[in-house]
Design a protein around this ligand. Structure first.
Ligand code: SF4
Length: 349
């Protein structure tokens, strides 16, 4: 078994074989002092994903370091499984997938094909640097890519095969690994190992809460009316006065309030004034939009472009001219006058 290949791609069967060859088992990984570097690195994998969205990669030469790197992967997955938070799982899967994409960039064709094969996507190349994959596979993996580069009209498709450069192919493999990791979690480590995981889980939980708070438009301080964009203020006023909102207006309001951290009780109170208020119907709609109903991701609030198309943009002010998304209006307003538009994600500046 190739130690360095296993360390680079710890999700491959080759990596499991390498670990087995070195007599590494789950019990030792959880409890043995000799595997503490693997546990430390496993925790680092998860923290990297939380803090930067990318698990770090450093080339390793010694077999011992490669073994620790390989074992850190199942340990990281166990930590994520025990904490079991939807955001963390997605963030971790993304972090591992971004790492793999970067590593793949320096690999030879054979390795790229081996990785894609294990991810469930048969591909080929004739040595011209162009990868070939089946059209349905391409569609499945590229459907979430928003850039026009990924549209079919800009793709080279012949006889059911898509021809694409290595860089784009690797990017699709990133999606494939992200999906694979998400689908494989949570793992169920035996109860007896849970006490050994406690300390690392606590540290990861703290980092996760911190990251979520920083990411939240309200930064954990609760929603403040003075920071709301004019469109949302208008929708909110209409709802509170009992004026019926169009479906698109309800959707925008619920997604916005949910993104600011309002829970179901907070949101339902807004709609309780509506003349046709029907709690069971509203409950279904709100929980569907916020993802509570089926345990899925919440819908994100519409951007300004969509709000304008839907006729929901209301009396835009000077700050509106600098942003593309109502949530960025809130973020900028709540940060105060010194740090305004420059460099904020989703802004026009
Ligand atoms: S520009 Fe955007 S944030 Fe401002 S009122 Fe219109 S939709 Fe709302």
């Amino acid at each position: 078994m190739d130690a360095r290949l296993s360390a680079k791609f710890p999700f491959l069967k080759e990596a499991s074989g390498f670990a087995a060859e070195n007599s590494a088992d789950l019990g030792s990984l959880m409890t043995s002092e000799s595997y503490s570097p693997a546990r430390a690195r496993g925790k680092e994998r998860v923290l990297d994903a939380i803090n930067s969205g990318e698990v770090t990669y450093k080339p390793l030469m010694r077999d011992y370091d490669c073994l620790m790197e390989v074992l850190s992967y199942p340990y990281a997955r166990i930590l994520v499984s025990v904490i079991w938070d939807r955001y963390l799982t997605k963030r971790y899967a993304l972090g591992e997938a971004v790492r793999m994409n970067k590593v793949l960039a320096d690999e030879d064709r054979q390795t790229v094909l081996e990785v894609s094969d294990e991810l469930g996507f048969k591909a080929s190349t004739d040595g011209d640097g162009i990868m070939r994959m089946k059209f349905p596979d391409y569609l499945m993996l590229s459907s979430r890519m928003k850039s026009v580069d990924w549209k079919l009209i800009n793709s080279d498709v012949r006889s059911g095969i898509v021809f694409l450069p290595r860089e784009k192919f690797n990017r699709l493999m990133q999606n494939a690994l992200q999906d694979k990791i998400e689908s494989e979690l949570p793992l169920r480590p035996p109860e007896e190992f849970l006490p050994y995981l406690q300390k690392d889980c606590d540290e990861v939980r703290a980092a996760l809460e911190d990251a979520k708070m920083k990411m939240s438009p309200t930064r954990g301080e609760g929603m403040k009316g003075e920071y709301l964009p004019p469109c949302v203020t208008h929708l909110l006023e209409m709802a509170m006065k009992g004026i019926n909102l169009p479906h698109s207006g309800r959707f925008a309001l619920v997604t916005f309030m949910s993104a600011l951290g309002l829970d179901y009780d907070g949101i339902i109170r807004i709609f309780a004034e509506s003349p046709d208020f029907d709690e069971s119907k509203s409950e279904y709609q709100i929980k569907h939009i916020t993802g509570e109903l089926y345990g899925r991701d919440a819908y994100t609030p519409p951007e300004c472009k969509t709000m304008k198309t839907e006729g929901l943009c209301f009396e835009p002010d000077a700050l509106c001219a600098k942003i593309n998304h109502p949530l960025n209006y809130y973020r900028i307003k709540s940060r105060g006058p010194r740090k305004t538009d420059a460099g904020a994600p989703g802004n026009k500046a």
